[in-house]
Design a protein around this ligand. Structure first.
Ligand SMILES: Nc1nc2c(c(=O)[nH]1)N[C@H]1C(S)=C(S)[C@@H](COP(=O)(O)O)O[C@H]1N2
Ligand SMILES: [Mo]
Length: 163
C-alpha cells in the first residue's frame, strides 16, 4: 500500500474519541471515552507544556484525570509467543493526524515513568472535549512534556521487535 492508501485505511478504522488497542495483544479492542471513565482513574500534577524542539513554553496545564496506559495494555493482554518477548516490546501511540510516539515495555512496566503515563479525559475537573484534544495521552515524568502529549489519541499498537 502507498502512503495515501495507508492513511486512508487508518482513518477508516478509527473513530474520533475512541482509542483502539492493536498489534501483539491477546484481545484487540476499542474503548470509547465513556468506557475509559468507567475505569479506575489517576490524577496528574499540573505542568508546563513545553516543546522539545524549540523549548517554547506553550501553556500551563491543570490536573489531568485519566486511566494509566499500562492498565489499558494489560486489559488487552500482551501476546508473548516466545519466552521474554515482553522485554523487546514497544508501544506506538498514534493520533488521528498521524502524529506518533513510542513507549517501551521497560519504561511502562519496570520504571517509575509508567506510573505517570495516562490517557486523559478530564482537565481541572472539567471534561476534555475534542477541541481540547480528547483523549490526550500524557507522559507526566518526561523532562519536556509536549512530545508525549498526544492530542486526539487514536491507537496504541503493541509490537514485538525482532532483532
Ligand atoms: N496529535 C498531535 N499531538 C501533538 C502534536 C501533533 O502534531 N499532533 N505535536 C506535539 C508537539 S511537538 C507539540 S510542541 C505540542 C503542541 O501543542 P499545541 O498544538 O497545543 O500548541 O503538541 C504535541 N502533541
Ligand atoms: Mo514540539
Amino acid at each position: 500500500m502507498g502512503t495515501a492508501d495507508t492513511a486512508a485505511a487508518f482513518a477508516a478504522n478509527t473513530t474520533e474519541g475512541t482509542i483502539s488497542l492493536t498489534g501483539d495483544v491477546l484481545r484487540p479492542m476499542s474503548l470509547s471515552v465513556e468506557e475509559l471513565k468507567a475505569r479506575a482513574s489517576v490524577l496528574a500534577d499540573p505542568f508546563d507544556l513545553r516543546c522539545f524542539t524549540t523549548n517554547r513554553f506553550i501553556r500551563t496545564v491543570d490536573r489531568y484525570r485519566g486511566v494509566l496506559l499500562r492498565k489499558l495494555i494489560n486489559l488487552a493482554g500482551l501476546r508473548c509467543d516466545s519466552p521474554g518477548d515482553f522485554k523487546r516490546m514497544v508501544f506506538i501511540a498514534s493520533a488521528h493526524d498521524g502524529y506518533a510516539v513510542t513507549f517501551s515495555w521497560h519504561e511502562l512496566f519496570n520504571t517509575p515513568v509508567g506510573e505517570h503515563v495516562l490517557v486523559a479525559y478530564e482537565c481541572g475537573g472539567k471534561p476534555l472535549d475534542a477541541d481540547h484534544g480528547a483523549p490526550v495521552l500524557f507522559s507526566g515524568a518526561d523532562i519536556l512534556p509536549a512530545p508525549r502529549h498526544v492530542k486526539r489519541l487514536a491507537r496504541i499498537e503493541t509490537r514485538v521487535l525482532r532483532p
